[in-house]
Write a protein that binds this ligand. Structure first.
Ligand code: UDX
Length: 432
């Protein structure tokens, strides 16, 4: 199929590359000329495992091209995927101006029948608005269909998730776009569910909110475990072995972050409100998530007492492992709050240091180091803030020797308590 992707962020670029990989002819469009140039010359605007090689090889094969023009994308494709950002508004709602802008550009570029697919995460009923906008701004009466196709990829595993999705949701009630969409996704050999457009849009918000709820649930259980002297790792394991519950997303820690969960929760609460439903359950999910950070900081201050001028090593800045993304990262929030208490921080992340430099305040109290080993010297405590697997390789005997006081706060329950304590550390984790 001939496919255009509008927007080359995480979702657009990975989708475009994976569509090209299965044999489609893909043109990726972005309104940022620097990004288009960078991609054309083999550069990568984001870090995502496996993406760079895939984009290079697909570009070399001529199956993946880049352009700054929506009109060119529309002219060269049968199916157009909208993958632009839908950032949060101050009131928790969603800023749909990029979607609207693209819909208008598509409208004025249409020369024949096209299928316009919304892949960005949007409030229910957005598809109807996109169709209305295209009809309104199209100079001639051209036939088209609008389809919803929410994306469920996880950052850090985006290529893998795209290649082997759990399911593909196609939101359309018309047979013509339904058949074309099946053709687009047929090579992925994943279960396909076809729903009406509104239901497809809702599936995305409902799924993400449920996953966030699962994390807040285990974080609440972690608080009870601490009070009761129980172990959240064992509770999660015991719960997770029930197939109806499942072990995934039951990792207690300093809370969820990233560009999706916090934003999608706020949006879903707001959308529900507009539809006349007060989604108090999800408000509680948000509250528990915020409280989780307070509780963790409380542990640090309880142990170190005064934080002013304490040297704290922070391992991890990204909002989770395998990514350089620091948007709404709990690790960054933790750094900011430690700085506010007057602590000096020394930070390390395998990928997110350049992006962290842009969001952490310029301060002589923030030191960036290039290796895991360089963090600990003369530290009063180490804090694990991101679940990078390589942090489990921390050389404990050496770390113990170089620290001023051997204290580890494990905000992701990454390390093994027995092992850490056997090396003489004070070890504080979450829920055990
Ligand atoms: C999420 C959804 O998983 C994905 O399907 C959707 O398309 C976009 O939003 P992503 O934001 O990339 O993906 O990250 P995810 O792996 O879901 O993690 C989100 C946050 O939750 C991270 O901060 C992570 O550290 C935290 N988390 C995750 C936990 O605290 N505990 C867990 O058990 C799982």
């Amino acid at each position: 199929m001939k496919i255009a992707i509008i927007g080359t962020g995480y979702v657009g670029l990975v989708t475009g590359a994976c569509f090209a990989e299965v044999g489609h002819q893909v043109i990726c469009v972005d309104n940022d000329p620097r990004k288009v140039e960078l991609l054309r010359t083999g550069g990568m605007p984001i870090f995502e495992p496996g993406l760079e090689d895939l984009v290079r090889s697909m570009t070399a094969l001529g199956r993946l091209t880049f352009s700054g023009s929506v009109a060119e994308g529309v002219a060269k494709s049968e199916v157009i995927f909208i993958c632009v950002p839908t950032p949060p508004l101050p009131d928790g709602g969603v800023d749909l101006s990029f979607i609207e802008g693209v819909a208008r550009e598509i409208a004025t570029s249409l020369t024949g029948y096209r299928i316009i697919v919304d892949k960005s995460t949007v409030p229910v009923k957005t598809g109807e608005k996109v169709a209305e906008t295209i009809r309104r701004y199209s100079p001639t009466k051209i036939d088209f269909d609008v389809v919803s196709n929410p994306e469920f990829l996880r950052e850090g595993f985006a290529v893998e998730d795209l290649r082997r999705p759990d399911r593909i949701v196609i939101g359309t009630s018309s047979p013509r776009p339904g058949a074309a969409m099946r053709e687009v996704f047929e090579p992925f050999q994943a279960p396909i569910i076809v729903t009406d457009t509104n239901s497809a849009e809702l599936i995305k918000h409902a799924a993400n909110s449920f996953l966030a709820l699962k994390i807040s649930y285990i974080n609440a259980i972690a608080a009870i475990c601490e009070a009761a002297g129980a172990n959240v790792l064992e509770v999660a394991q015991g719960m997770g072995m029930d197939e109806r519950i499942g072990r995934r997303f039951l990792n207690a820690g300093i809370g969820f972050g990233g560009s999706c969960f916090p934003k999608d929760l706020s949006a879903f609460i707001r959308i529900s409100e507009q539809l006349g439903y007060d989604f108090r359950l999800l408000k509680e999910v948000q509250r528990i998530n915020a409280e989780q950070m307070d509780r963790f900081l409380g542990k640090i201050t309880d142990t170190l007492w005064v934080l002013k001028d304490k040297q704290i090593g922070v391992l991890g800045l990204a909002f989770k492992q395998n990514t350089d993304d620091v948007r709404t990262s709990p690790a960054i929030e933790l750094c900011q709050r430690l700085l506010k208490e007057g602590a000096r921080i020394r930070v390390y992340d395998p990928q997110a240091m350049p992006k962290a430099r842009l969001v952490l305040p310029p301060s002589d109290k923030v030191e960036y180091v290039d290796t895991l080993e360089a963090v600990a010297p003369k530290c009063d405590a180490l804090v694990l803030a991101t679940e990078w697997p390589q942090f489990t390789k921390l050389d404990l005997p050496t770390t113990r020797k170089v620290m001023t006081t051997p204290i580890i706060f494990d905000g992701r329950n990454l390390l093994d308590r027995t092992e850490v304590e056997s090396h003489g550390f004070i070890y504080k984790a979450v829920g055990h």
